[in-house]
Design a protein around this ligand. Structure first.
Ligand SMILES: C[S@@+](CC[C@H](N)C(=O)[O-])C[C@H]1O[C@@H](n2cnc3c(N)ncnc32)[C@H](O)[C@@H]1O
Length: 253
């Protein structure tokens, strides 16, 4: 299937979520092909030390999250750091990250869906986030300067990208030497059958674009990342599709 067709479907799918959230309607996470583990964060995956920060945010922003985990749990953000969120959606992870990096740090969210950006910017105003900005762009062509980011986070997005090699190459480009990556994403135990790969709705629901875990990690290593490691996910052997937490870093200082 052609990349443009996939991206158009993904943009339409998340645009619809964003428009519903902008109209203050409830927006269920995924389409009818939702798998056992797909693009929704069950409430209990928010770790205890993030709960206070999350609870301080308006419920509609928290509830509009479309993630599949909590990359912030493994990102170990420090005051003053520059954080980039790949596929920032309504901005929840950016707003939580902004509390960790403080006024001396900053957070950049990138998303390719215009209505998601409108939602995220509206949410930023609502929470008074002054160290967060949202940029329009694709993960495959990040609107970010070379070697300017300390930490990349991403929550349930890379699986949606048709060209994951390009996404990882771009992530490496924008990180400072020694910069780190903390990702929550959907991966699989066995390759997706072709019939599912060709299903656009299932692709947009974070299922069909998912890679086998070891292939995902291999692509990160091939892009040049070191310390690539799955920290959690896939513990239940009967779950064919699951959310994994992955860390890595760019070689250097
Ligand atoms: C499943 S949602 C997750 C949003 C957010 N990370 C969260 O946890 O709520 C996927 C988001 O990634 C964006 N997205 C998907 N593919 C993208 C790409 N290739 N480039 C930029 N954004 C993308 C979509 O527009 C959508 O907002």
């Amino acid at each position: 299937m052609n990349s443009t067709t996939i991206k158009d479907q993904v943009r339409e799918h998340y645009g619809e979520h964003a428009r519903r959230a902008l109209e203050n309607q409830s927006s269920s996470c995924c389409g009818s092909t939702r798998a056992a583990s797909s693009c929704c964060a069950p409430a209990d995956v928010i770790p205890a030390d993030l709960i206070a920060t999350k609870d301080a945010l308006p419920a509609d922003i928290v509830n509009a999250s479309l993630g599949c985990g909590t990359p912030l749990e493994i990102a170990k953000l420090q005051p003053g750091e520059t954080v980039l969120d790949l596929g920032s959606g309504g901005g929840l992870d950016c707003f939580i990250a902004s509390k960790y990096v403080g006024a001396s740090g900053r957070v950049i969210g990138v998303d390719m869906t215009p209505d998601m950006l409108a939602l995220a910017r509206q949410n930023a105003e609502k929470v008074g986030a002054t160290n967060v900005e949202f940029r329009h762009g694709e993960l495959e062509h990040l609107p970010v300067e070379d070697a300017t980011v300390d930490v990349i986070i991403s929550n349930c997005v890379v699986n949606l990208a048709p060209d994951k090699d390009r996404v990882f190459a771009e992530a490496l480009r924008v990180l400072k030497p020694g910069g780190r990556v903390a990702i929550s994403d959907i991966v699989t135990r066995v390759p997706m059958p072709d019939i599912l790969r060709a299903n656009l709705e299932s692709w947009a629901s974070c299922v069909s674009g998912a890679l086998v875990e070891k292939d995902y990690l291999a692509k990160m290593r091939a892009a040049g990342f070191v310390g690539v490691e799955k920290i959690a996910g896939g513990e239940n052997p009967i779950e064919p599709v699951y959310s994994a937490k992955i860390v890595a870093r760019k070689p250097g200082a």
